[in-house]
Design a protein around this ligand. Structure first.
Ligand SMILES: NC(=O)c1ccc[n+]([C@@H]2O[C@H](COP(=O)([O-])OP(=O)(O)OC[C@H]3O[C@@H](n4cnc5c(N)ncnc54)[C@H](O)[C@@H]3O)[C@@H](O)[C@H]2O)c1
Length: 272
């Protein structure tokens, strides 16, 4: 509660919120009563005139840009940042050798360094917040390396790694770190992409499906008991990775229990 006795508004910063999953997530949080920081390279035109949303330019590969976006948003929120959604991402879907050094580097910069920089810059705000949570956009391509998406897949394995590691480091401090793992989602990211995996499995998710899971993770964290019980539950009881949709859930669960050679064979069949 605020000093005046009214509930304190929770605040979320979402990267890559100009379109796609980021936009849908920002709209969902605004409808749920959050103060939303919607940041992207491109203007978040959809939020024009909406005073529930602070918009601005943020290149996630630039640490200084992170510092100023966070300062700007928390000046509006009275210092609070409860939720960070590291959503900005790039993809190319081609055989590995059809890309280039530049394209490989761009994917690593945005998908991996962007998440690291965001976590580092946001930590001092999250540390002070009530029920803080980081949600990273991982992908079903972090279950098993995906042909024709080798570098993308590798970046999402890195997101998986940093999510798990920071979940362990920051859990005892009361900060939950988790990720969502969708398979193919019908956004602009997949325009012009046609890999064998996409053709075999189809594009069966919408941005709203993913946004709903991200909001649910944040709200689940908010409803958790605080204090020691919440910290214990944070360490042992809550999921770290959430697959989105039936296909990703089946693939994720199979990868947890199936023998490695079978998982490889299945992925070979799905992506060729
Ligand atoms: N679309 C899918 O099939 C799918 C599946 C699994 C995971 N994901 C992940 O979900 C996230 C969002 O994907 P999407 O489908 O909405 O993509 P999208 O291409 O529709 O949107 C991505 C947004 O990120 C922004 N962006 C790119 N580089 C940036 C940078 N340097 N700094 C700030 N913003 C930047 C873009 O301007 C764009 O608005 C990504 O991390 C993606 O890897 C997508």
């Amino acid at each position: 509660m605020s000093a005046a006795g009214s509930p304190v508004q929770r605040t979320v910063l979402i990267t890559g919120a100009g379109r796609g999953i980021g936009e849908a997530t920002a709209r969902g949080f605004a409808d749920a009563g959050y103060l939303v920081g919607a940041y992207d390279l491109q203007p978040c035109a959809w939020a024009e005139g909406d005073d529930r949303v602070v918009t601005g330019s943020l290149d996630v590969t630039d640490p200084a840009a992170w510092e100023s976006a966070l300062a700007e948003l928390t000046a509006r929120s009275g210092g609070a940042l409860n939720v960070l959604v590291n959503n900005a991402g790039l993809l190319y879907g081609t055989p590995f050798m059809d890309a280039s050094y530049e394209r490989d580097s761009a994917l690593v910069d945005v998908n991996v360094k962007g998440v690291m920089y965001g976590c580092r810059a946001a930590f001092p705000y999250l540390e002070k917040a009530v029920s803080p949570v980081v949600v990273n956009l991982c992908s079903a391509s972090a279950i098993y390396g995906q042909a024709e998406m080798a570098v993308y897949s590798a970046t999402k394995f890195a997101v998986r790694g940093i999510t798990e590691a920071l979940g362990l480091e920051w859990g005892p401090k009361g900060i939950r770190v988790c990720s969502v793992w969708p398979l193919y989602v019908g956004t602009g990211m997949l325009e012009g992409v046609s890999t064998a995996g996409m053709r075999n499995m189809g594009v069966n998710l919408t941005e709203g499906d993913v946004a709903g899971e991200i909001l649910d993770l944040a709200e689940q964290t908010r409803r958790s008991p605080s204090g020691l019980l919440g910290r214990i539950r944070g360490l042992v009881g809550r999921e770290v990775h959430r697959p989105v949709g039936q296909q990703a859930t089946a693939m994720y669960l199979a990868s947890q229990i199936g023998p490695g050679r079978v998982i490889r064979l299945v992925n070979q069949r799905l992506t060729s």
